[in-house]
Ligand binder design. Structure first.
Ligand SMILES: [Fe+2]
Length: 195
């Protein structure tokens, strides 16, 4: 069955980006939905699997596109879902989770901001199931830098397309404004502390 886009609405609570930046970004997200559906269609009907080859082949191109497009869909959905709250600090339970692995909420935040500045694609706070700890991971593209098994808890898009229309080259300002607009209730739910 084809994937369908989630309809994210721009509201006054979204302060990290303006409506124009939001809508441009939403079109990009919709493009990834179209591409993963196209990839799934090719895998069913026209994949060229007999000629699969690691140097160049149609099948290789489809496989590269499969994870790139689907990670693009997933990460954008997590990002748009976790922005839009002006209550910019987590509750005690969430803060305690962060403190367990990072020392304090503030130290986690310093590392998350640094991860975002150091990344070309995404900064993701995730639960690393293998080590049973929280990590801030750095992705240079949708499919470059992800852990094989982890649960994303907070996702920040730092591709230039995410902020350049509004912020131009002021990436730090965009990141700082993101930190003030995180919906911590969503993070809380992803951690499993609420439904
Ligand atoms: Fe994006």
């Amino acid at each position: 069955m084809a994937l369908r886009k989630i309809n994210f609405e721009y509201t006054n609570d979204v302060t990290v980006i303006n409506q124009e930046q939001f809508e441009v970004h939403m079109r990009l997200y919709e493009g990834y939905i179209r591409k993963i559906n196209e990839v799934d269609g090719l895998l069913e009907n026209d994949s060229g699997l007999e000629d699969a080859n690691a140097t160049y082949s149609k099948y290789r191109g489809i496989k590269r596109g499969e994870t790139y497009a689907l990670d693009g869909v997933i990460l954008h959905e997590y990002y748009f879902e976790n922005i839009g709250s002006t209550n910019n600090i987590p509750d005690n339970e969430v803060a305690e989770c962060l403190a367990q692995d990072f020392g304090s909420f503030e130290q986690w935040a310093d590392h998350f901001v640094a991860t975002a500045k150091a990344s070309r694609g995404w900064a993701v706070l995730c639960y690393d199931i293998r080590s049973k700890k929280l990590r801030n991971i750095s992705l240079d593209a949708h499919d470059v830098g992800n852990l094989a098994i982890c649960i994303p808890l907070l996702v920040l898009d730092v591709y230039e397309h995410a902020y350049f229309l509004q912020y131009a080259d002021k990436k730090d300002e965009y990141i700082n404004n993101f930190m003030k607009n995180i919906d911590w209730n969503i993070v809380r739910r992803r951690i499993g502390l609420s439904d």
